[in-house]
Design a binder for this molecule. Structure first.
Ligand SMILES: [Zn+2]
Length: 245
C-alpha cells in the first residue's frame, strides 16, 4: 500500500518536473526569438547625429530627420517631435518626401508642412500600414525651452512588435515611470535643452529598455561623445553608442 502511494508520488514529481522543463524550453525559445527581432530592428536603425534617426525596415521611417545624407532612401513615414529647427527641418523633409509619405508631427508643425500631414498630441495613437505610432509627452520640468503646454512629443513606434521609444526634447519626467515593454530607447543626453547624461541614465534605469541609445549630441548644437560615454558608464542596463551615418 505504502509503496504504491510512493510510486504515484514519484510519478507526479516526474511529470511536474518534465512539464516545467518543457515550459522553460518554450520560454527560452520565445525570448530568443524576441531577442533576435530586437537585433533585427536595431540593425535597421540609422543615426544621423543629434535627434535624427532612420528605421530602414520594411517601411522607411525617419524621426526628426536633419542632415540626412543624399544617399538615404525616401520615406514612407516621417515623425517630427516639435517645431525647433534641429527637429523640424523642411529641407530634409522635402527631400525625403514622396507623394505617399505620411508625416506625423506635433500640432504646431502642421501649418509649415505640406502633403499627408497628421498633427497629434501626447498620448494620441495612430496606426499607419501596420506601424503603430503613439505620441508621448516630452517637456522640460526645470528649464524654459520646452514647456509642457506646447504638447510637443516623444514617440513610441511599434515595428514588427518591437517598441522603439524616441524621447524627443525632454527632461526626466514622471510619465516615463509608466513606460512598459520598450525594446529600444533613444534618450537625449546633451544637457542644457534636455536631460544631461546623469539624468538620462536615471531615466534609462526606470524605462528598462533592452537597449538604450544616447542622442541629442554630435550634431553641432549641444553635447559631445563624452556625454554619450558618461551615459553608458552610469547606466545599469545595456547601452549602445551609435556611429553617425
Ligand atoms: Zn527643442
Amino acid at each position: 500500500m505504502r509503496s504504491i502511494f510512493k510510486e504515484k508520488k514519484m510519478r507526479i514529481i516526474y511529470t511536474v518536473t518534465a512539464g516545467l522543463g518543457v515550459l522553460l524550453l518554450l520560454v527560452g525559445a520565445l525570448s530568443a526569438s524576441s531577442e533576435e527581432k530586437v537585433e533585427e530592428i536595431f540593425k535597421a536603425l540609422q543615426w544621423y547625429g543629434h535627434a535624427s534617426f532612420g528605421i530602414h525596415a520594411e517601411k522607411v521611417i525617419y524621426i526628426d530627420p536633419w542632415n540626412i545624407p543624399e544617399s538615404a532612401p525616401k520615406a514612407d513615414l516621417i515623425l517630427v517631435t516639435h517645431s525647433h529647427f534641429d527637429h523640424l527641418s523642411l529641407k530634409d523633409i522635402e527631400r525625403l518626401q514622396k507623394e505617399e509619405t505620411i508625416i506625423i508631427c506635433s500640432e504646431d508643425c502642421v501649418s509649415q508642412l505640406s502633403g499627408e500631414v497628421r498633427g497629434i498630441r501626447p498620448n494620441q495613437e495612430i496606426e499607419i500600414d501596420g506601424v503603430k505610432v503613439q505620441g508621448f509627452p516630452a517637456y522640460n520640468s526645470s528649464k524654459p525651452f520646452h514647456p509642457q503646454e506646447k504638447a510637443w512629443l516623444g514617440y513610441i513606434i511599434t515595428v514588427k512588435a518591437i517598441k522603439i521609444y524616441h524621447a524627443g526634447d525632454t527632461d526626466f519626467i514622471p510619465e516615463m515611470d509608466k513606460l512598459k515593454g520598450i525594446n529600444i530607447a533613444l534618450l537625449p543626453v546633451g544637457g542644457k535643452y534636455t536631460m544631461n547624461a546623469e539624468e538620462a541614465a536615471r531615466a534609462a534605469d526606470v524605462i528598462k529598455a533592452d537597449i538604450s541609445i544616447p542622442m541629442h549630441y554630435g550634431g553641432g548644437v549641444i553635447g559631445s561623445e563624452e556625454d554619450a560615454l558618461k551615459f553608458k558608464e552610469l547606466c545599469h542596463g545595456e547601452v549602445r553608442i551609435l556611429v553617425k551615418k
